[in-house]
Ligand binder design. Sequence first.
Ligand SMILES: *Cc1c(COP(=O)(O)O)cnc(C)c1O
Length: 369
Amino acid sequence: MALSIPFFDYPRVFTDDRDKLIRIFTDIGERGAFILQKDVSEFEHSLTVSTKSRHCVGVANATDGLELCWMEVGIQPGDEVIISSHTMLATASAIATLGGVPVPVDIGPDGLMNPDAVEDAITPRTIGLSPTQLNGRTCEMDRILSIADKHGLAIVEDSAQALGSMFDGRYAGTFGRSGVISFFPAKILGSLGDGGAILTQDSGAYARLQELHNHGLDASGTVQSWGRNSRLDNLQAAVLSFKLELLPDAISRRRQIASMYQEQLGHLEQLSLPPDPGSDPRHFDTYQNYELVAEKRDSLRAHLAQRGVGTLVQWGGKAVHQFPSLGFSVSLPAVEAYFEGCLMLPMNTFISDDDVGFICETVRGFYGE
Ligand SMILES: *Cc1c(COP(=O)(O)O)cnc(C)c1O
């Protein structure tokens, strides 16, 4: 049966703005402006403005972005980087593919990297931390920054899910040496394919990242070192510049939907919901995802699917350290318990108030209300 409220309606990334997007395709095509044209630099500039970041480098996707950031840090084989196990594999693979050792740690009560667990995981081989700003919420970066300072560690933020999210008035992706944003179509700012960006506040890192993402070439075209080809596609950059204008409204709408979920589901003791927007003045959350923890999660999910509501158990229902083929042997009780019950409800600008009402009614019905 086709779902009447899909978890994410991919065609609408295009169809909601069809005419405008076709005009963009035509313009780019007629200019032949496919690789590293003004559309990329204009978008990079707009993104620095909207995140109050000093620098930005567009890249082919956020996973590449993370790898480039660790290359820029100068990671060597055997170097350890501490990550939260509650993240996408990419946070870890970016370290592992360069010969580094991702060290997953447990989550705190907020579902994000637990600073106490980070302290315990530091060894003489630790060179960095890679906190994930998950579901549009930024970690308590004051504690993470002070741990990094104390031990001389580099921070590369996986802010793939956190464009526009803030902690203490500062944007995700701008706390560390560098931070990465993803424009995967289902992300809060989605392109029509892959795309990503690196933010950095350090002009040396910026110059090096510029080289690394484009064959090791410096601004004058001289080869400085080995590099990669991981450029943000010019066509995607033009699409993203247009969609970036819509972002503030998209974030408001997501926060509004989160409040509606809170109002209509907050009283159910079988659920543990994400924090309500505005419930903590230190955080500005953008709800890239609405991930709750539910009793009888699998039956709830089937109940919703039977009634046409799409949901998602993220990343195959596993924390990073739980994939047997990757060879981890740690046990991390908080994140393991989290994955027994976590479920994402639809959260995007395509769903209506009525959709949210129907989803909530169906969830309440499942728990016998
Ligand atoms: C989406 C995502 C990525 C990877 O982004 P891509 O642009 O698809 O490479 C990395 N980390 C997290 C937390 C993500 O959600």
